[in-house]
Design a protein. Sequence first.
Length: 325
Amino acid sequence: MTVADSTRSPRKTLVVCGSAHALHDGFTDLLNVLYPLLQAQFALSYAAIGALKAVYSGAMASGQIPSGWLAGRLGGVHVLAFGTALIAVGYGIAGLTGSLYGVIAGLLLAGLGGSTQHPIASTLVAGAYQGLRSRTALGTYNFTGDLGKVVLPALFALVAAALGWRQAMLWYAAAEIVIVVPLAAIYFSSPPEVIHPVAPSAGGSGQARVLGWPPNAVFALMCAAGVLCCMPMAMPQSHLVAFCSDLGIPAAHGAAMMSVLLGCAFLSRQFWGVVADRIGGLRTVLAGSVCQITAMTGFLLTQNEAGLFAVSVAFGLEFSGIIPA
């Protein structure tokens, strides 16, 4: 994978990648506002809404490994800029056509565009901040994503209420092009990115072990932790409001719980980055996983409003313990 070379300012790298992250994550989460609007307009069942979410998530998941491969050959910033533009194209198609098939095509393109974000931008940030500073920088980078999740869906809801969801999609598509592509052009126009190979250790031909474990085993465990992290992360975001309604708690209060959860997650990014700097990435992943298990168990054991607010706070604070590491 390519990294930003030494002639680029690490701060500029973080600003551009953080801006892209805020838009990508915000554009993904605003779909949770869009889906009920689509359900009302097209009389969709919950299964159909689930299928729409699967189109977007499946496209985003399937494009991440090819994005990394392309970044190694074409340059990470070029692929990231193209992916960001592709999101805007997808949202533009959905807004212009206004048809269900247009929405499906738009979600497919937007998902593929969104797949460029995490494998490329996180590598650029980690490459710009060498050593232990990279974990704090990655915590800041993830913090910008949560900022987008808090701000952009709320703005989308306001625009959609005033102008309709189609106009809101078009405005957001235009805003993404206007903001991100020029930033990438300004900060990363030259020189080209270069690949810095890791020199083999002089102590022997074998791979260095990580905490006494083979590197491939550690990598497999990290991938498993990522999968098992993202699954419970998505559950409260997708179902907390509906869960509150099932318990007789007003939907507005459920939405407030969601805001509290995301706000706490927003604040905890930097904290977990600092923790990773102090105790190491693997230990932070383990601690974050234990905290996440505890919080998810709290959702199962609590069914009153005060308790759910408390668990939402805890889950938000523990939300970010794995990704920065």
